[in-house]
Ligand binder design. Structure first.
Ligand code: NAD
Length: 256
């Protein structure tokens, strides 16, 4: 493994357990030499995330629910105190209330839509704002989207418009922050069996369809996503910004 991230400092938010996409990315960042800050969302989830944080020997391991501005502030304050700078950040989180996720977009509640948008999209904007002053020498902001942002996917429902907003935010942030050397991109993995994915109806059928229809007839794993994320946050990707990158065995190019 080449130390492409040696000396770099990164924040990873979204590790729920060892199935998380964020965990695949964190391992790849660590293996390439980066030092990491990792968060967990709630005291009840700390027990699942702590052994993973210890495995990567992270200097910063903190609670952070993005709905709580004080927790987000405390996280960035700690990063500033510990490192005084930040090179990259991975935002790998999403949430929608069960009732809204399970129904038609037509019927989703105002509150459910606002909550899904706040946690899954606007939190990325808030984090970008807080990261900007720490990225004095430039940096990279990464988030995670899905094909359902672009095309209608059965049972993806409310998350479709939310991810579409996330991808558009990536483009606007990239345009606004580019002069400061800050790149902004989204990864768009094919379906992976994670805790968040278990909330999407008929997810097994989505996995099966991905395998059948993709040119490579393969399912994506968190380590494959991590490998791409590692490249994107490295200096090797210094001219890549505003992109949404599919890691889906080619599924997105296929017609119906
Ligand atoms: P996951 O359940 O492992 O991760 C989701 C994370 O979101 C968890 O760590 C959870 O704690 C966090 N989260 C939820 N609400 C939060 C809040 N208020 N504050 C802070 N964190 C919060 O599932 P995952 O599949 O790894 O999801 C990561 C990202 O990947 C999500 O954005 C998801 O939409 C996206 N994605 C997943 C798939 C898939 O098939 N699994 C495919 C494409 C994109």
């Amino acid at each position: 493994m080449i130390d492409t991230l040696k000396g770099k400092k990164g924040l990873v938010i979204g590790i729920a357990n060892e199935d998380s996409i964020a965990w695949g990315c964190a391992k790849a960042f660590h293996d390439a030499g980066a030092e990491l800050a990792i968060t967990y969302v709630h005291p009840k989830t700390e027990a699942y995330s702590r052994p993973l944080a210890e495995e990567l020997d992270v200097p910063i391991f903190m609670q952070c629910d993005v709905e709580k501005e004080d927790e987000l502030d405390a996280l960035f304050q700690r990063i500033n105190e510990e490192w005084g700078e930040l090179d990259f950040m991975l935002h790998s989180i999403a949430f929608a209330p069960k009732q809204d996720l399970g129904g038609r977009v037509t019927d989703c509640s105002r509150e459910g839509f606002a909550k899904a948008m706040d946690i899954s999209c606007h939190s990325f904007i808030r984090m970008a704002r807080k990261a900007e002053p720490l990225m004095k020498n430039g940096g990279c902001l990464l988030t995670v989207s899905y094909y359902g942002a672009e095309k209608v996917v059965d049972h993806y429902n409310i998350m479709g418009p939310v991810k579409a907003a996330l991808e558009a935010s990536v483009r606007y942030l990239a345009a606004e922050l580019g002069s400061g050397g800050i790149r902004v991109n989204s990864l768009s993995p094919g379906p992976i069996a994670t805790r968040a994915a278990s909330g999407i109806g008929h997810f097994d059928a989505l996995l099966e369809q991905a395998k059948q229809k993709s040119p490579e007839h393969a399912l994506v794993c968190i380590n494959c996503v991590g490998a791409y994320a590692r490249f994107l946050v490295s200096d090797e990707a210094h001219l890549v910004t505003g992109s949404n990158v599919y890691i889906d065995a080619g599924f997105n190019i296929m017609g119906t």
